[in-house]
Design a protein around this ligand. Structure first.
Ligand code: ADP
Ligand code: MG
Length: 243
């Protein structure tokens, strides 16, 4: 469903992605792990063309683009395939929980306001926030805000959801409610690509784990293989520090 080939991204003369190959099948949950600065966020952001790669191809759900020459129309089509969940939620502060979920549906004329609200309420219910539908982000806990942003991502019915360290900004006691929400999603049909430092979560929930270091995929495989029997020295070293 997602195929990335030879993806290269530079910031100035710093080559941050050094020819990444990646494959994600429909319905799969893929966890990307690796040290800070290894290029995990840049890879995720490139899938959404929030970053413009130097070269390589990205194909999602049949929409294929080849960097660096990507037309506006191609970029639009590719972005339609995914939704992103950020570390810092990025909710609109002057919109209620429900409005945050329905905003893009209404403003892009995807559906009527009543239909969007019906869907929004259903999604807020799925993330356990029906009661909070009329609350503004500032009155919600970090975990609740992140669950609103997950509902917002689901609202556009993307082929895949890209989550960049969705629990890293949360107080420890709020991490689990968000992981549980993601785990529920993972059990459904949604394809998930999640950058995370929650190793036991990745082990439990992911179908595939990708270890990145210094702009390359060092090792990829089933969680049991990566976590209990890593082959590469760099993977072993990283996991020793994290587990
Ligand atoms: P990770 O998410 O694995 O911590 P990032 O993808 O954020 O890593 O960053 C990879 C490298 O790219 C780092 O060296 C970082 O400093 C650099 N980088 C990321 N974003 C930018 C940017 N907008 N401008 C310049 N350098 C950047
Ligand atoms: Mg990052």
């Amino acid at each position: 469903m997602i195929t990335v080939e030879k993806l290269v991204k530079k910031f100035g003369d710093n080559t941050v992605l050094k020819g990444i190959d990646l494959q994600v099948n429909e319905g799969e949950v893929v966890a990307i792990i690796g040290p800070s600065g290894s290029g995990k966020s840049t890879l995720l952001r490139s899938l959404n063309l929030l970053e413009s790669p130097e070269s390589g191809t990205i194909e999602i759900n049949g929409v294929k683009v080849t960097a660096p020459k990507i037309s506006k129309e191609e970029a639009y089509q590719l972005r339609q395939q995914t939704a992103m969940v950020f570390q810092h939620y990025n909710l609109f502060k002057n919109k209620t929980a429900l409005e945050n979920v329905t905003l893009s549906l209404i403003s892009n004329n995807v559906m009527s306001k009543p239909d969007a609200e019906k869907l929004g309420l259903k999604l807020l219910d799925e993330v356990g926030l029906s009661k909070q539908k009329d609350q503004y982000p500032i009155t919600l806990s970090g975990g609740q805000q992140q669950r609103v942003s997950i509902a917002r991502a689901l609202a556009v019915n993307p082929k895949a959801i890209l989550l960049d360290e969705p629990t890293s900004a949360l107080d420890p006691e709020l991490v689990n409610e968000v992981l549980e929400t993601i785990e529920k999603l993972a059990k459904g049909q949604t394809t998930l690509v999640i950058v995370t430092h929650e190793m036991s979560f990745a082990h439990k929930v992911a179908d595939k784990v990708i270890f990145m270091d210094n702009g390359v995929v060092v090792e990829a495989g089933k969680p049991d293989d990566i976590f209990t029997n890593p082959k590469e020295a760099r993977t072993k070293q990283f996991l020793k520090e994290y587990l």
